[in-house]
Design a binder for this molecule. Structure first.
Ligand SMILES: C[C@@]1(CC(=O)O)c2cc3[nH]c(cc4nc(cc5[nH]c(cc(n2)[C@H]1CCC(=O)O)[C@@](C)(CC(=O)O)[C@@H]5CCC(=O)O)C(CC(=O)O)=C4CCC(=O)O)c(CCC(=O)O)c3CC(=O)O
Ligand SMILES: NC(=O)C1=CN([C@@H]2O[C@H](COP(=O)(O)OP(=O)(O)OC[C@H]3O[C@@H](n4cnc5c(N)ncnc54)[C@H](O)[C@@H]3O)[C@@H](O)[C@H]2O)C=CC1
Length: 228
């Protein structure tokens, strides 16, 4: 089975080009609409895509066309995407989109190929879209190596509850880290203080009540570390 490593990409100012406007193409388009300009090329569009184009998720361009395997290359050259998503129900078109994307130095997400169909390396620019959980600025990416997307979804739903409040914890511990540095606290003490804050049940519970409660709890955890 292909081993894949999760990396995080910044697509601001970039374009994601999706071939295929069905159930899968529209899920991918909505996934990327907050992160990038999205163009969907397809002869027909899922209802969800029409809602997305009208909604406030950012502008998704819907282009009505059914390029054949030869014509997808021209679309990629014109649109210059950072990522191509091959999500049509035509395997030859998806394969052509993958090849043309790689030739154009773009990333490619092939939605119709399982890990079992890809023995050996898939190449570093052939990417898997993980299930993601977000509590800004915290992001969890989850993959089953392509073995079971349904499991990726189920695990994502479990983790959603686990990381509730992680965004606030990231903000709080990030600013405490800067403050301890400014106060000239020695590096080892600083690290120990932050390590204890992010593991403190009291701070997590405090953050659920509000940022200032979390802050108070964190301050007492830190004072304990500093007098040790
Ligand atoms: C390889 C990969 C390529 C890629 O698309 O990137 C891929 C491929 C395929 N998916 C298939 C099926 C389903 N995919 C989902 C759902 C998701 N699929 C996603 C990713 C991936 N899917 C990549 C691997 C991810 C990993 O490593 O785990 C998620 C995580 C992200 C996203 O797509 O946004 C998103 C959940 C998002 C969320 O909810 O958080 C469901 C569940 C549902 O719809 O309820 C089903 C039906 C149940 C099932 O079959 O498991 C099929 C069979 C098609 C057929 O029937 O022939 C193939 C093709 C094949 O395997 O051959
Ligand atoms: N990655 C994933 O999570 C999943 C992947 N799949 C695979 O993804 C593919 C698409 O699945 P669905 O969206 O459910 O199928 P679908 O049939 O709902 O959508 C396919 C879309 O591709 C469009 N299309 C056909 N020819 C085209 C062309 N030449 N250029 C551009 N668009 C074209 C169709 O008009 C349609 O809108 C299938 O091959 C399936 O095996 C299926 C389920 C989940």
């Amino acid at each position: 089975m292909a081993r894949v490593i999760p990396l995080y990409h910044d697509f601001a100012g970039e374009t994601v080009l999706v071939f295929g406007g069905g159930a899968v193409g529209s899920r991918k388009a909505s996934r990327f609409a907050d992160e990038a300009r999205v163009v969907v090329v397809s002869p027909a569009f899922d209802d969800r895509l029409a809602d997305l184009a009208e909604g406030d998720y950012g502008a998704v361009d819907l282009v009505r066309a059914a390029p054949d395997a030869d014509a997808v290359r021209g679309w990629i050259e014109r649109v210059e995407p950072a990522l191509v998503v091959a999500a049509t129900d035509d395997a030859a078109v998806n394969a052509a989109a993958e090849a043309a994307a790689l030739d154009a130095n773009a990333l490619v997400n092939r939605t119709d190929v399982s890990a079992a169909d890809r023995p050996g390396s898939r190449g570093a620019r052939s990417v898997v879209v993980p299930a993601t959980v977000e509590d800004d600025p915290v992001r969890v990416a989850l993959s089953t190596g392509g073995a079971s997307p349904a499991l990726a979804k189920a695990l994502r739903e479990r983790i959603e509850a686990d990381i509730d409040g992680a965004g606030a914890m990231a903000e709080l511990s990030g600013s405490l880290r800067a403050e301890l540095k400014d106060r000239g606290i020695a590096p080892e003490k600083r690290r120990e203080a932050i390590r204890r804050v992010v593991r403190s049940e009291g701070v997590w519970k405090g953050l659920q009540k509000g940022d200032s409660y979390g802050r108070q709890e964190a301050d007492s955890v830190i004072e304990e570390v500093l007098i040790e």
